[in-house]
Write a protein that binds this ligand. Structure first.
Ligand SMILES: NC(=O)c1ccc[n+]([C@@H]2O[C@H](COP(=O)([O-])OP(=O)(O)OC[C@H]3O[C@@H](n4cnc5c(N)ncnc54)[C@H](OP(=O)(O)O)[C@@H]3O)[C@@H](O)[C@H]2O)c1
Length: 349
């Protein structure tokens, strides 16, 4: 028997990308089911090029007999239903922020801390990190191995797809409204997002930072090294897909630009595009639909003893969410659930 997989939040930005990635990777599944809210029960979603899945309702979905559930229905929904799935014996890989900082839940980026997956059995839940954290730690890991990172200062340029499908519609509708002189409607974002940037993602915390900025700091420590300090400024920009980050890194030990570039070139999941000419760097528009974390603009920061600055870009729906979750599932299958039980059939139920 092959694996039985549930994708929860299957009609959303992340869920649809998870279905695409499972199909592209020919995940060794006997059955893949799509689950979402009552609103879309009965609707159809694509699985790969040929199959179409009928969406089932989460509220009364029975996880018994399912091996892995990939969750992205929002934090409040995961809080209720992920433990229910886990109690039914299904390993949950959760994309929401709800379980990430729980001590007994592994928080995993397979290129960085795959060994943490071994702790999945404590709760039967593995957390997928925040999209901005994932791409940053993939780029930081080879540099940390070389010269031990002391401090990171990062400014993000995050696309609207990171806020869900309604946020993408809001950028589209506001842009159109501006061109035809209609009034601008705001629903998801606190200010106009079309032709603007908003330095506010998730709620404000007491110290004046936002929860998104806090997530980048604490998640980086949990995944990479508890001694690294991170100062983040997270900004929403009017881009549909692809997050960019200006990352400044201070190290304990000397590191040259050439050493950093060579280490990044060898690193899994990283693609270095760094020519100091027009077009010699990657932007979000070019990374949409791609798996790699792109690193460009690698240069010395001469204002500190051992410092580098980088430009890091990735597709937030793929490496920032779906691809990372599917990679965790693949590792789980290979190292903990007994391997691919038979060749992938790509069969959907
Ligand atoms: N987008 C990213 O880059 C990214 C990256 C990492 C993590 N995440 C996290 O992943 C989660 C989903 O993000 P998204 O961008 O995919 O959002 P989205 O496009 O708004 O999709 C939300 C999904 O959750 C489902 N859902 C909502 N309420 C539900 C309920 N009560 N019961 C069952 N299903 C419910 C929706 O189903 P209906 O269609 O039926 O409403 C839809 O499938 C969020 O927690 C987000 O923070 C997102």
């Amino acid at each position: 028997m092959g694996y039985r997989i549930a994708v929860v939040g299957a009609t959303g930005n992340v869920g649809r990308e998870i279905l695409t990635t499972l199909a592209e990777h020919e995940f060794p599944a006997d059955e893949v089911v799509a689950v979402a809210s009552e609103r879309s029960a009965g609707a159809k979603v694509s699985f790969g090029d040929k199959a179409v899945l009928k969406v089932r309702r989460l509220d009364d979905f029975d996880f018994n007999g399912f091996d892995i559930a990939l969750f992205s229905p929002g934090a409040k929904v995961s809080a209720v239903h992920a433990p229910r799935a886990a109690a039914a014996g299904c390993v949950v890989i959760d994309n929401t922020s709800h379980f990430r900082m729980d001590a007994d839940v592994p928080l995993v980026v397979p290129e960085v801390n795959p060994q943490a997956i071994a702790g999945y059995g404590r709760r039967n839940i593995i957390a997928n990190p925040n999209c901005s954290t994932i791409q940053m730690v993939v780029a930081l890991k080879p540099l940390h191995d070389l010269a031990r990172i002391k401090r990171v200062v990062v400014a993000t340029y995050q696309s609207v797809s990171g806020s869900g499908k309604d946020a993408m519609d809001e950028l589209f509708n506001q842009t159109r409204a501006i061109y035809v002189n209609d009034p601008i409607e705001r629903r998801k974002f606190t200010k106009q997002i079309a032709f603007n940037v908003i330095p506010h993602i998730d709620m404000f915390l007491e110290d004046g930072s936002t929860k998104e900025e806090w997530k980048m700091a604490v998640e980086t420590r949990k995944i990479l090294d508890p001694d690294i300090v991170v100062s983040a400024t997270c900004v929403r920009v009017p881009v549909f897909i692809g997050h960019a980050e200006a990352v400044n890194v201070e190290f304990h030990k000397p590191i040259s630009v050439d050493e950093a570039r060579a280490a990044l070139r060898r690193a899994p999941g990283v693609s270095v595009v760094d020519r100091r000419v027009d077009e010699g760097y990657v932007t979000p528009a070019e990374c949409a639909g791609e798996d790699a974390v792109y690193v460009s603009r690698i240069r010395k920061d001469p204002t500190v003893k051992h410092g580098l600055s980088l430009w890091v870009v990735a597709d937030n729906l793929r490496k920032g969410a779906a691809l990372n979750a599917v990679q965790i599932a693949e590792h789980l299958v290979e190292h903990h659930l007994g391997g691919a039980r038979r060749p992938a059939l790509g069969v959907a139920g």
